[in-house]
Design a protein around this ligand. Structure first.
Ligand code: EPU
Length: 437
């Protein structure tokens, strides 16, 4: 096991330095999905015995959740072959460590799992990227419909429930997190739970697959109606996390913005359709064969209009790197963010690099420029970090990026991957995503 060596603090001092202008060429293997892994890790708390997870990304959000699980009493360790083992038999408390929970959004899912295991739990309001208000009211309302009494005091939710009771829950908005959380809570409920207007994200489907592999009875994941028949017992499973569609999309955009030719070896094409459809509309060539998805582009892309939507619409998480691509498009693009109310903070960083972007309410109007120029810029949040990285790859001269702790939350080994594809990129300090705490 690796241990924290102060690397977390170092992330605030590190910088990524990119000398842009080189076309990316070669192959890249995508790591496991962040948003899938963190939901599955919380779900593993339902299961006494040793859950084994393959393809877990070595990112700081996983490290944070590992630490939360450990402080709850679970045994958590990365094996030498990279698999993550979580043994929740030994859970000893249902009070989650406040400071760590506040660092990431998905930690809130431990509330439903702990309530199912102990009948009582306390979990702080979660954190996550600063991209809007991000309330948890759908989670709370859903848990209450399942029979739980919840109170919020001093920023901490405390819940009591004898056993969750199956219920019909209609979500006001197809929230990925609320759908995942309520699936976890209902897996061992008494009776049938039906969630309508639920999220259909691949990470929701994969969580259902994991829960089913662990003995749950869930049908309909991937549609807008999920049916969960509560089971008495669950058992440990060995499971492999899906490839990260946001990482795959980021590398695809990096290939396109640099006029490159990159094979993404293990992207799941079904998961990539909303992003690839827009890339093709922008003039990027995407071919698929047994080896993977090949992304090719020479010259400027065309301007396109985008509106983010829940899956299978265009994913909000790709809005930010895609805007970087459109900064160099031929023409004017409009990009409307419908999922979060303030996910455009990073655009000021792109403007520093010569981009012409005007944000009006929830729409960014992006007038394609002939060129971008390197500048000192910051990661405003995880995907905002991805946006400045891809912009830097295409910019003339040197781009120096700081505030890397955001990027480290979700991109495993991004500097090494980009180097292997021929980019001129270095990072000062250590890449902390390889550190497990
Ligand atoms: N919302 C509420 N109340 C709730 C829950 C959500 O109003 O109780 C709102 C949110 O404020 C937002 C919208 O509903 O405006 C959608 O939020 P959702 O719950 O779907 O998002 P999430 O579960 O908090 C996950 C990902 C995000 C990704 C969204 C949408 C994780 C850990 N995070 O967040 O990923 O943007 O789904 O697909 O799974 C990222 O990876 O960069 C990231 C932000």
């Amino acid at each position: 096991m690796d241990h924290d060596s102060g690397a977390g603090r170092q992330q605030y001092l590190d910088k990524i330095i990119i000398r842009g202008g080189l076309a990316l060429h070669g192959e890249v293997q995508i790591g496991g999905s962040k948003n899938d892994t963190v939901a599955i890790m919380a779900a593993a708390l339902l299961v006494p015995g040793k859950t084994v997870l393959h393809n877990v990304p070595r990112i700081s959000d996983v490290n944070t959740l590992n630490e939360i699980l450990r402080l709850l009493g679970a045994e958590v360790a990365f094996r030498e072959d990279g698999a993550l083992e979580i043994d929740a038999t030994t859970l000893r408390t249902s009070v989650a460590p406040q400071e760590l929970v506040r660092q990431m959004r998905a930690s809130f899912n431990v509330l439903g799992a702990l309530l199912a295991r102990f009948g009582h739990a306390s979990v702080a309001m979660p954190g996550g990227c600063d991209i809007g208000s991000r309330p948890v009211n759908f989670h709370v309302r859903g848990l209450e419909q399942l029979g739980c009494h919840l109170t919020l005091e001093h920023g901490i939710y405390t819940g009591e429930v004898d056993r969750f009771q199956g219920a019909s829950i209609n979500l006001e908005f197809p929230s990925a997190g609320a759908t995942q959380h309520l699936m976890i809570a209902a897996a061992k409920a008494n009776g049938r739970t039906i969630i309508t207007n639920c999220a259909a994200e691949p990470e929701v489907v994969d969580l259902a697959n994991f829960l089913n592999a662990s003995g749950a009875k869930i049908e309909g994941a991937g549609s807008t109606r999920i049916v969960i028949d509560g089971v008495e017992e669950m058992h440990p499973a060995e499971f492999s996390v899906i490839p990260d569609r946001m990482q795959a999309g980021t590398f695809a955009i990096a290939a396109a913005i640099t006029g490159g030719d990159v094979l993404i070896k293990n992207a799941v094409i079904e998961h990539m359709r909303p992003v690839f459809a827009k890339m093709e509309e922008a003039g990027v060539t995407i071919t698929q064969d047994k080896a993977g998805c090949r992304i090719q582009r020479t010259g400027r892309v065309n301007a396109v209009d985008i509106k983010t939507m829940p899956h299978p619409g265009f994913p909000t998480d790709m809005q930010q790197p895609f805007v970087a691509l459109l900064c160099l498009a031929d023409g004017v693009s409009t990009v409307t963010e419908t999922v979060y109310e303030s996910r455009f903070r990073y655009t000021t960083e792109l403007v520093r690099m010569g981009a012409d972007i005007r944000v009006e309410d929830r729409t960014a109007i992006v007038r394609g420029a002939e060129r971008l120029t390197g500048a000192p810029v910051t990661c405003t949040d995880l995907r905002g970090g991805a946006a400045v990285v891809v912009a830097g790859l295409a910019a003339e001269g040197e781009t120096v990026i700081d505030n890397l702790h955001h990027l480290d939350r979700g991109y495993e080994g991004i500097v090494d991957h980009l180097k292997a594809l021929g980019a001129d990129v270095t990072r000062t300090g250590t890449e902390t995503t390889t550190v497990s705490v």
